[in-house]
Design a protein around this ligand. Structure first.
Ligand code: NAP
Ligand code: MG
Length: 491
């Protein structure tokens, strides 16, 4: 017996996962399913429901009807439920780690990190639920001494959370936890490549005592239910994390809904002559290669000044040897496969386009069966190459040699993306100057971009999105300002 028995059944020796609508675990109305395959070896892991528009309609209705239930629940109660979710996730963490490894191709260590961050995020959200404050405004600031306003934050209503494959549990929780903390009901649509861990989390929510209908989870093809959900009039806000292409499409059909879009990135790392070279090398390698570069905040352009470029490249070639590549289920491997073969072919295309146009392949560069792509070092990349501008989402250290600091800043800002950036230097004035001038949601000094739990606000501009996520910031994004004004007629 497992608490997850109710969310799946066995057919032909494999699990078929159900969807969660109004507290009930159901099959799709058409009984259609789709396959979830292991990125590590292409084998079938399980199947999930291919929900229809009818199912999607029922899901939104359930969330809509549960709106007042969660909005009227005391913040202290919402906080208790969130804490309980954190405790239950901790209790079942090994099952979650195992599933994340299998469906996303992560190493155990990376999956452990993701589950741990998810647990912490839930506990932070519990505290946040009790910290939602308003303000009091005196009318005399505009000559109305007898009027006074109380500004409070109210939930928006129904939140649609759409998550990407790369952090299949954490991105879901980073939306669900603050969404509930502030009192919204939610429809979640996980990425089709690895939806199991979020479905399992649905069960954790139930065990924690979240009322039926407050959280609903629906799986299925985005072409069938994606547009339907994103344009549904009863959805008040869409919190989407995924590619810029899909994010822009969603923005075009969402109408008047509030939007939070966490999209793609092309983070530059500026490496200056006076940096601590050991730190820069280690951080650039980690920032570029962790989870095979399948992170929106991964470093995907290294802008290194010519005078130290040879030394820097020497260091990188030594460091990259430590990034053992292969089956993620083997503990000695640090980098596993990309999410699927198509993703690896895309990286291969970007690398061969760069080589054709004169880049030097110094390490790796080879694609293998399934989604495996070797850690790769490309030097002498220039602006004519696609890899200088397009999101790589693969394990490539892309080195662009620049004349000086000013050229680095100019190139950093030339991108259509503006999510993350970093700079390596000991010169405080240059670091401060770069931190202000680089057009990105966050600029990290002497470390690769990381966001962990969301203790620093996270998000980008231009093609990288709209809005900011994070502790406190998500709460602001997922709530609205409401004002009550008292007018006194006493002379
Ligand atoms: P994706 O292909 O854009 O998919 C993201 C989600 O959107 C999936 O759940 C997908 O469902 C769904 N979707 C696709 N078309 C839709 C539509 N018309 N309506 C509604 N939903 C739709 O992204 P991905 O490949 O999973 O993830 C990688 C991308 O995410 C990268 O670009 C990365 O930079 C970005 N990302 C950004 C952040 C950030 O915080 N800024 C964090 C992580 C990842 P299906 O899976 O069913 O197609
Ligand atoms: Mg995709």
């Amino acid at each position: 017996m497992s608490i997850f028995d109710s969310i799946r059944f066995v057919k032909d020796n494999k699990y078929i996962y159900k969807i969660l609508i109004n507290g009930k675990w159901l099959e799709s109305s058409t009984k259609k399913t789709f396959e979830i395959k292991s990125p590590a070896d292409g084998s079938l892991i399980a199947e999930a429901q291919k929900a229809s528009k009818r199912d999607a309609g029922k899901t939104v209705k359930a969330a809509f009807n549960a709106k007042t239930k969660i909005a009227n629940m005391d913040a202290s109660e919402r906080g208790k439920i969130l804490d309980k979710m954190g405790n239950l996730l901790e209790e079942h963490k090994d099952e979650f780690i195992n599933v994340i490894c299998r469906e996303s191709g992560k190493t155990i260590k990376l999956a452990q990190g993701e589950v741990h961050a998810s647990i912490e995020r839930l506990h932070y959200a519990s505290d946040e639920a009790k910290e939602i404050r308003g303000e009091f405004i005196k009318g005399d600031i505009a000559g109305k001494r007898n009027s006074m306003g109380m500004v409070v934050r109210q939930p928006l209503g129904v939140l649609l959370a759409i998550t990407p494959f790369n952090y299949p549990l954490f991105t879901g929780i980073a939306k669900i936890a603050p969404g509930i903390a502030v009192g919204n009901s939610i429809v979640v649509k996980p990425a089709s490549a690895d939806p199991i861990c979020l479905l399992m989390f649905g069960r954790i929510m139930q065990e924690a005592g979240l009322p039926d209908g407050v959280l609903n989870i629906i799986t299925g093809s985005s072409s069938e239910i994606g547009d339907y959900l994103c344009s549904h009039p009863q959805i008040d806000m869409i919190s989407f994390t995924g590619s810029s292409e899909v994010g822009k499409h969603i923005a075009s059909i969402a109408g008047m809904k509030k939007l939070h879009l966490e999209l793609g990135g092309k983070a530059p790392a500026i490496v200056l002559e006076d940096c601590n070279l050991d730190i820069a090398v280690k951080e650039v390698a980690t920032g570029s290669l962790k989870f095979s570069g399948q992170r929106c905040d991964s470093i995907s352009r290294v802008l290194v000044v010519e005078s130290i470029a040879n030394n820097f490249v020497k260091g990188i070639l030594k460091e990259v040897e430590n990034w053992k590549f292969g089956d993620p289920r083997k503990p000695e491997n640090v980098i596993g496969p990309l999410i699927n073969e198509a993703a690896a072919k895309r990286v291969e295309e970007l690398v061969s386009d760069a080589i054709k146009k004169g880049a030097k392949l110094l390490y790796g560069g080879k694609r293998y069966e399934h989604g495996y792509f070797e850690p790769t070092v490309l030097d002498f990349v220039n602006r004519d190459m696609k890899i200088a501008w397009e999101e790589t989402f693969g394990p490539v250290i892309t080195i662009i040699r620049v004349k000086d600091y000013e050229e680095a800043i100019e190139l950093a800002n030339e991108s259509e993306y503006g999510l993350d950036a970093c700079i390596f230097t000991k010169d405080i004035d240059k670091a401060f100057d770069a931190a202000q001038r680089i057009e990105a949601g966050s600029v990290h000094i002497n470390a690769h971009p990381t966001h962990g739990l969301g203790m620093f606000p996270f998000g980008g501009d231009e093609s990288s999105g709209v809005g900011r996520e994070g502790i406190k910031y998500s709460i602001e994004d997922m709530s609205k300002v409401h004002v009550m004004v008292l007018h006194s007629h006493k002379e």
